[in-house]
Design a protein around this ligand. Structure first.
Ligand SMILES: C[S@@+](CC[C@H](N)C(=O)[O-])C[C@H]1O[C@@H](n2cnc3c(N)ncnc32)[C@H](O)[C@@H]1O
Length: 205
């Protein structure tokens, strides 16, 4: 299983933006949507072994929202960024001011969340790393098992409170390359690293 947690700091949490302005009024929903699409799409297939949680924290609780996507059940996720943004926007609009989590489309749950609590819980999971430009090369990583998980941020760096939690958690920091990359590029490179390791694992009869 591969799990991602994406910190989305500026996307309007009630979905109040137009699909024609994802980067501006959408608070960089363009990059969030690209990262979601990259997490799940292969050439003509979906990564069924992947889950992603996006924490929308542009407003504090109770307005903040969490979207959780499960590859094994996901439908209506197309490879283009606009339709992915539409899927996420629809979830946020329907969840605005609704007090409980629900499934807004197959494989996609949305609901209220305390982003720092969610981050804290995610960091306790097995094989979790913080993907950051300042980490050690990911090639040095030795995950404890086949379950892996990664935290990464949207075009804004983690907030001081998030960075403090990440630092205090003791999860290792890794970088996928020497340059500061776009979030979606980091997801791709992380998948490729895990793909390589899985392909190299001896097949047991
Ligand atoms: C566009 S970057 C964040 C902004 C960037 N720090 C800046 O200087 O503007 C988006 C996120 O991708 C991840 N990231 C970017 N480059 C990375 C790298 N080389 N290795 C690992 N993660 C990286 C980090 O989680 C980062 O917060």
């Amino acid at each position: 299983m591969r799990r991602f947690l994406l910190l989305a700091h500026r996307v309007p949490v009630r979905g109040g933006f137009t699909l024609n302005d994802l980067a501006g009024g959408g608070g960089r929903m363009d990059e969030v949507a690209r990262a979601v699409s990259t997490a799940f799409t292969l050439s003509n297939d979906l990564r069924r072994d992947t889950e992603m949680t996006v924490l929308f924290s542009a407003e504090p609780p109770p307005a903040a929202r969490k979207v959780h996507l499960v590859g094994a059940r996901l439908r209506y996720l197309n490879p283009d960024e606009r339709s992915t943004a539409a899927l996420l926007k629809n979830a946020l609009v329907r969840a605005a001011d609704f007090p409980r989590e629900f499934e807004s489309s197959p494989g996609l749950r949305v609901g209220p969340a305390d982003p720092l609590d969610e981050l804290r819980a995610f960091l306790r999971g097995p094989g979790t790393v913080w993907l950051t430009e300042s980490g050690r090369p990911v090639a040095e990583w030795a995950p404890p098992g086949s379950d892996v998980a990664a935290v990464l941020s949207d075009p804004d760096d983690p907030t001081p409170a998030e960075a403090e939690l990440l630092g205090a958690s003791g999860v290792p920091r890794y970088s996928v390359g020497p340059r500061s990359l776009r979030t979606s590029q980091v997801v791709d490179l992380f998948h490729a690293e895990v793909d390589r390791r899985e392909a190299a694992r001896p097949v047991t009869p």
